[in-house]
Each structure stands twice: as structure tokens, then as C-alpha cells.
Design a binder for this molecule. Structure first.
Ligand code: NDP
Length: 278
């Protein structure tokens, strides 16, 4: 079975560099999708309170023939649960829904700088971590300015920054900042939900390696040092997306893919995004 490398976080724990994302997988389809991923060898699942499928992720892991401690599970704080007390209570909900003895990673899903104060929310994350309720804490969709504020006003450096990243939005300056500060970058929508897969450069490089465009793009992230968790409900693609560790992109291939950057988001801008679910 494919050997996925581990990456060490700034508190010493390790995370598999490749996982399985469950955004937009309906609750009723989540157990089947996660089970297919576990069978294919994935040992890292990325969910969130706002995806409404934390419980099904936990159910799939509990029912599978694996020690749950061997499956790295990430979840994220809902946008509607910022603030110190609300964040603490929201963590309890996530913890119960997933049902693992210890959650591996909990992230602030969005900074919401126009809505409230993410520094106060981060202090709740520090409390949850200090109490040993979660193995690591991090942020998602934080810019350099947001991370600078945390560095100035709080104690614990996030272990992770999960950001939108793919060949059309490489965010190499943010990746470099994260690395310099001991923060591991996770790339969400790593294949831009499919939008980069017809790119002629990527198709050409895939042909050179006898791999698919998705495998080439995921491999580019891996070689940049990022953590990825492509989503799919299609069993053949779930298998394809983990089959990345028997080839290597050359320096030239890496440069050709990096040169495709257009600073083009498919998701919202973290500076202005203010979505609050009911
Ligand atoms: P991805 O870039 O992973 O793309 C998923 C889409 O690509 C699906 O439509 C899937 O189709 C298709 N696909 C998957 N594999 C292949 C393949 N090998 N060939 C062709 N098409 C393929 O997008 P996501 O937005 O889902 O991002 C991945 C994960 O990142 C999420 O699931 C979530 O965990 C996380 N995320 C985090 C965010 C944040 O704010 N922190 C925001 C968005 C995502 P199908 O399922 O039909 O096979």
C-alpha cells in the first residue's frame, strides 16, 4: 500500500502529508466515501463543523478495522462560533460528534476580520490545546497580516495554516512566511476543484510522466512541502489521488507549474469573507 510521508509540526507531532477532504460530501454519502478512502490507505481526514459531516467521519473511522488513533482527524471552528466562550463550547460539540479519544487538529476556519476579533478566538484555541483536549491547533485562511497579529498578541504559534492553493493561486509568499515561522501550510482545493486539470502545461507534464493531471498537481504541492487532502466521491479518483509517491517532478516541471500562477481564487477572499451560518 502507498506510503504517505509524515510531516512534523512545530509541537513535535506528525501529520500524513496527504489526506482526504470531505467538503461538499453530503452526510448520507460521507461514511461510504471515508470508508473508501481508508481502504485505499488514507489515514488523514479533513472535515469541519460547517461541512455538517463530522459525525459521519467519526462513524466511518470507528467502524473501520483500524485503531482510530492511527487516523489523523482535523476539524474546524464554525464561523458562527467565534469568541472565547462560544469557541470553547463549539469544540465540545466537534469533539462529541467525531468521537475520537483525542482530536488531532482543530483550526479557526476563517479569520472573519470584518466580523469580530480572531485574537480572542485564538485564545480559546490556546486554552483547548493547553488542557490537552486536542493534539494541535492552527488556523485557516489567515493572511500574513493576520498571522503577524497572532504573533504579537498571543502565545502559541499555529501549527498549521490551511489556505486555498493550486497552480492558479500558488500563494508562494504566504507559504514562505509560514515556513519561516514554523507553520506548516495545507493547500485547500489543491486541484482547484478540477479547474486546473485541462491546463495544457499540466496535461503535457502528466503525459511526460505517464500520470494524470490531478496526480501531477498534487505531486507539485507535495514537493513544495504542503499538506493536501483532495476530495472525491469517485472510488477510482480516491485511489488515483493517493498514488503519488512513485514519481518525481523535475525542477523544470515544478517551475512550469509554478509559472501558471494568476493569483486567481476560486473561493472567497479571507479579508472580506463574512459568512455566518445559522
Ligand atoms: P478539490 O480541489 O479537492 O477538488 C474536488 C473536485 O475535484 C471534486 O469535484 C471531485 O469530483 C474532483 N476530483 C477529485 N479528484 C479528481 C481527479 N483525480 N480527477 C478529476 N477530478 C477530480 O476541492 P475541494 O474544494 O473539495 O478541496 C479539498 C478539501 O480542502 C475539501 O474537501 C476540504 O477538506 C478542504 N477545504 C477547506 C477550505 C477552508 O476554508 N479551509 C475551503 C475548501 C476546501 P468527484 O468528487 O465527483 O470525484
Amino acid at each position: 500500500m502507498t506510503q504517505v510521508p509524515d510531516i512534523r509540526l512545530n509541537n513535535g507531532i506528525t501529520i500524513p502529508q496527504l489526506g482526504f477532504g470531505v467538503f461538499q460530501i453530503k452526510p448520507a454519502e460521507t461514511v461510504e466515501a471515508v470508508t473508501t478512502a481508508l481502504k485505499a490507505g488514507y489515514r488523514h481526514i479533513d472535515t469541519a463543523e460547517m461541512y455538517q459531516n463530522e459525525k459521519e467521519v467519526g462513524e466511518a473511522i470507528a467502524a473501520f478495522d483500524v485503531d482510530p488513533a492511527e487516523v489523523f482527524v482535523t476539524s474546524k471552528l464554525s464561523n458562527s462560533k467565534h469568541g472565547f466562550d462560544d469557541a470553547l463550547a463549539a469544540f465540545d460539540g466537534t469533539y462529541d460528534a467525531i468521537g475520537k479519544e483525542q482530536l488531532d487538529l482543530f483550526l479557526v476556519h476563517w479569520p472573519l476580520p470584518t466580523v469580530g476579533d480572531f485574537v480572542e478566538t485564538w485564545r480559546a484555541m490556546e486554552r483547548i490545546y493547553s488542557e490537552g483536549r486536542v493534539r494541535s491547533i492552527g488556523v485557516s485562511n489567515f493572511t500574513i497580516a493576520h498571522l503577524d497579529r497572532l504573533a504579537e498578541e498571543t502565545d502559541i504559534v499555529p501549527a498549521i495554516n490551511q489556505i486555498e492553493a493550486h497552480p492558479y493561486l500558488s500563494q508562494l509568499d504566504l507559504l514562505a512566511y509560514d515556513t519561516e515561522h514554523g507553520i506548516v501550510t495545507q493547500a485547500w482545493s489543491p486541484i482547484a476543484q478540477g479547474a486546473v486539470l485541462d491546463d495544457p502545461e499540466i496535461v503535457d507534464i502528466a503525459g511526460d510522466h505517464g500520470k494524470t493531471p490531478a496526480q501531477v498537481v498534487l505531486r507539485w504541492h507535495i514537493q513544495l512541502g504542503s499538506v493536501v487532502f483532495p476530495k472525491s466521491v469517485t472510488p477510482a479518483r480516491i485511489a488515483e489521488n493517493i498514488d503519488l509517491f512513485d514519481f518525481e517532478l523535475s525542477e523544470g516541471d515544478m517551475k512550469r507549474i509554478t509559472a501558471l500562477n494568476r493569483d486567481e481564487r476560486i473561493g472567497p477572499d479571507p479579508e472580506t469573507f463574512d459568512y455566518l451560518p445559522d
